[in-house]
Write a protein of this length. Sequence first.
Length: 577
Amino acid sequence: MKLHLARKAPLKVGVVALVILTLAVGVALALTMSNADGKWSNVVASGGSGYTVGCLYYGNPTNWSTNVNTYQDSDITDENQARWGGIDNTGDCNPHTSQSGFGFDGTDGPLEFAAGETFLLGKFTHFNNPVMFTSANYTPASMNLAITLSFSDPPALNPVLNYSVLFHETQNDLNPCPYGDSTGAGCDDRVTLPAAIPDQTFDIGGVQYTLQIIGFVPDADGVCPATPAGLTSSIYTTGEGQNNYACLYGQIVLPIDSGDAPDLGLGQTTGASRGRHTITATGSYLGTVRGDGENDGQPNATATGDDLNGLDDEDGFVSMDTAWGDGQGHVVVSVTRGQFTGINRACVYGWIDWGNDGFGVNADSFATGHRTDPGNGEITLTFDTNVPGTGFFPASTYLRLRVVSSTTSSCPTLGPTGSATDGEIEDHRLSFSPLAVELAGFGATASPDGVTLAWETVSEIDVAGFNLYRGETASGPWAQLNDALIPAQAPGAAAGGTYAFADTAAPQGATVWYQLEDVALDGATTRHDPVSVTPAGEPNAVSLSAFGATAPAAWPAVAGLAAALGLAAAGFARRRK
């Protein structure tokens, strides 16, 4: 949920400062979890062939590297591992210190937390050792991690939630290395652990809840605190030839998506009558990221509460009319149609609260449209009733978007509040004030010392200064880099300036995103479109999800440095990974 501005000049989309108001929280169930446990299974080779899993050596001795062993302890308080490859062919059931593999040691309880609070799921380990393979098809491409949650209060049926872990083990002598080389021992690898939110629901005390994977926090010693010691990340990098540890965190929420515009005491964003949608695996949703669950609405003045809590799924808004007035204006919306057979349409609804007195209270503008083509695409909502005349627009107001699926040739009637059986809801703050700064360019360049951020302004009318933010993805979450406001070089002037900032703490070997925020003299803020860069050289990348946004072509990121490791392999047809 971002601040979107309309004016006569080309539209610039930004986000206002994160002024967080008190969150109105609904009923939050107190939980006591005795432990979490993880089991590995269903190993699939990169060539598509299956592996027999277990502590057994099998196959032709020349192809011993196809063996994948899982070490599943009967004691749920111990670590469970999946190991493959190795530089010997003993095939015994003792831990293979020469093998690569994954480990998961679930958290030991009792652990008390409320629904919606982040908690430690367990310690994830990547045993990243160089191993020999006779064929690329002998490396694991995916395996399942089944996480069992055991509750003591309230009683639950100990749900088993399955996640598919995807793996890309790179060839160590590639030049350049796809994901960098942080240790000098070979190319880094990549693991993906998607969070299948719609499918991971379970029953607690007769109420359906969802486990969400929040992300990793790297820990050099493998000692994981109950709550994150730093920002969780969708990408975790690990080094070749060593054991790499990360703390994996999650939260348990209701599988309900709610809004985050200010509630105004009307129950439109919080409470039983709020606008809300049940998250389903097959329903339509706004943007390209399915909605995440929460226990209640998350209102704040900037309509960013849902962005800041869990997955930032507020990506349905694309752009809006740059010249509102003359009785109409429009908003472009990204929507993904649901997965149903037969008649299938994604029905989209929009409300604009011109009076800032609550959706549907007075003379709001309303528009609707639908998408029948499969997959994701854009539709335009045209608002042509109750649009203020030129010169009578508020400085800012709120847009509410909702989408539901329909398996008939028409769309159902839907208001700004109330429940829906599928779909998603998003709130966005719209601004009709001119930007304080006109930006000529903003870019990020990687170097051995980190990332250099540079930007240039054409004019700085009413601008006081700038803030910089680093994020894991194009949509955040964002962490501010500068301790104090970076002052404008020409505050209040039509002249522009040039700026540079060094981020020496940028995570290496993984793509990071940066966003520039200008701060006006009156305190109003605008964030500009983010840019990305991949700093050179940390470990193998472990990610929870992937995003396809790229940096503007005019401000390209420099490719990361990768060391080349050659193998003296004359007459030796194996590749070292």
